[in-house]
Design a protein around this ligand. Structure first.
Ligand code: SF4
Ligand code: SF4
Length: 360
């Protein structure tokens, strides 16, 4: 008989760092276009897997010495290699017991609503993206949904339905959402990525996390975001979601703005773009990053990417994140006494008083 213990044992043996299991009914309140209960209507259980991000891949960004390892190892490596391998191994255990394993690896921008802001309709379709690529001579994908996806039968939502991974992880009892909108777990703070399996097997389920709040409401993520994308901690800036009675709350982040800053970081935090490029701001392409405009939308983001992409090509197929500000700020706070990462490392992430900032 297939049990939760067998699944968790297989998950950890295959390389996951944590595993939690929920009845899929916990996600029943999600909006239809993001509701995983519609993926596989016979599914009874949702299995969440945590893959830790080694703190050391942030070291180069913390020091300003190496920016490639974080996006390639922690984005590309986990999403493309480590997590799929674990899903595959655990899926075999489930299917060998006679149940189906609907594997769901991390992906993005494949649903009928934008994975940036949940808005319906087009942001940039692949067709338009091709047009943009030809004209702008860039290969970075900017569409955040698939425009022409349609339901395959009445009553369905269009494929490929994408659900909110972080809330699904909360439902699986793996952690909580911090003010920065990152998933925080007791083991790794904000340093992980997640993936899921849905199955028709009925299993025993984990409670959702109910220990000491993982987010310290310290505001370090707000202070250290180079783009000012995370609003100050205040009730009017909060987004609240109820998952089967557990309230998750986070800051209403300007996601488009983050899209520009997490990859390109800005004048003071991107050592790959010469000062003259920021100074010149040719054609107003960097208006958003230079504070000329506050309007962060797809149009402004395309201008930024088109202007800056060549300075650090995205060879792993993932945007080459140079920011990591909110993650590193959060780790350095959670490592302080009383935080969930206290004593996890012999030395703290932040060994210098202040994070670096270029003088230009
Ligand atoms: S990833 Fe960077 S730009 Fe985005 S919210 Fe975090 S600190 Fe800000
Ligand atoms: S930096 Fe502080 S406020 Fe922000 S998510 Fe982490 S613990 Fe919460």
């Amino acid at each position: 008989m297939l049990t939760s213990e067998m699944i968790k044992e297989a998950a950890l043996a295959a390389g996951a760092d944590a595993c939690g299991i929920a009845p899929i009914s916990r996600m029943a309140g999600a909006p239809a276009e993001m509701n995983p209960t519609l993926l596989f209507p016979e599914a009874k259980s949702m299995i969440g897997f945590v893959f830790r991000i080694p703190r050391g891949v942030q070291r180069g960004i913390e020091e300003g010495t190496q920016f490639y390892q974080y996006p390639s190892m922690a984005y590309g490596g986990i999403n493309e290699i480590y997590a799929p391998a674990v899903l595959y191994a655990v899926g075999k255990v489930i299917e060998s017991a006679g149940y189906e394993a609907f594997l769901y690896r991390n992906t993005g921008a494949r649903g009928c609503v934008s994975d940036m802001d949940g808005s319906p309709g087009n942001t940039l379709s692949p067709e338009e993206q091709i047009e943009v690529n030809e004209n702008a001579k860039t290969s970075t994908a900017h569409h955040r949904n698939v425009q022409f996806t349609r339901a395959t039968r009445e009553g369905n939502v269009p494929p490929d339905l994408q659900f909110q991974f972080r809330l699904a992880a909360v439902a699986c009892g793996l952690g909580e959402i911090g003010w920065s909108k990152m998933l925080l777990t007791p083991e790794f703070g904000p340093m992980q990525r997640v993936a899921f399996i849905f199955t028709d097997a009925e299993l025993s389920y984990d409670e959702m996390y109910s220990g000491k709040p993982l987010c310290r409401r310290c505001g370090a993520c707000v202070r250290e975001c180079p783009g000012g994308c995370i609003p100050p901690i205040a009730p009017q800036n909060a987004i609240r979601v109820d998952i089967d009675g557990k309230i998750s709350e986070w800051g209403d982040i300007d996601m488009w703005r983050c899209y520009a800053f997490y990859t390109h970081a800005g004048r003071y935090y991107n050592p790959f773009v010469p000062k003259e490029v920021w100074d010149e701001n040719r054609g107003g392409a960097l208006d958003l990053m230079e504070g000329v405009t506050d309007k962060a939308d797809e149009h402004e983001i395309m201008k930024v990417y088109t202007a800056l992409q060549k300075y650090f090509p995205s060879w792993v197929g993932y945007n080459m994140a140079k920011c990591g500000g909110c993650i590193r700020a959060c780790v350095s706070m959670l490592e302080k006494p009383g935080g969930c990462m206290e004593n996890h490392f012999k030395a703290p992430l932040r060994t210098r008083k202040k994070p670096w900032k270029m003088d230009r």
